[in-house]
Design a protein around this ligand. Sequence first.
Ligand code: HEM
Length: 173
Amino acid sequence: MSELLTHPKVMKKLQNEVREIVGNKADVTEDDLVGMHYLRAVIKETLRLHPPVPLLLPRMATQDVNVNGYSVKANTQVLVNAWQIGRDPKSYSKPEKYEPERFLNSEIDFKGTEFELIPFGAGRRGCPGIPFGMVVTEIALASIVHNFTWSLPGDEKLEDLDMTESTYWCSRT
Ligand code: HEM
């Protein structure tokens, strides 16, 4: 919602898609989601820039191993920086820009087979909850934009809105 609020054109485009498909029905259903390609692109773009588990779950090498030329000693803890991977200019043009359109005609998915986008991790310990997590997120977001238009209160300006991410702990120090 932070990205949609600061990108009103994306919000409008998403709202148009959802409202066109859901029409006058009160609720968004799972069947409606099938045709919502822009909704999926919006969620992918959000998971690219803001993966909820930015360093995935820690791994530990059980033996000395060489990964792509990097030698990792046994018992070393390894963290995979999914946050940085999603912002790699080798994979994405203007990576800092919030632009769901980049996923509209793209084969890149988040199931763990394309390593440019791994908000759910990859491999045999990747997230088993992808289908459930996605349906819940899609229904929730589609329902919100179906029923509401979000805007800033009063005469507040987008430029003045600070949505910088931080942990609660960081913001207190
Ligand atoms: C948007 C929602 C979700 C995100 C972004 C997410 C993300 C992740 C990530 C990054 C991992 C670690 C993968 C790795 O290190 O390779 C993980 C593991 C896991 N997730 Fe999710 N998850 C989500 C929803 C769910 C849901 C809905 C469930 C269950 C219903 C679930 C169950 C699990 C379990 C059990 C693991 C551990 C798998 C293992 O260690 O073998 N997740 N998830």
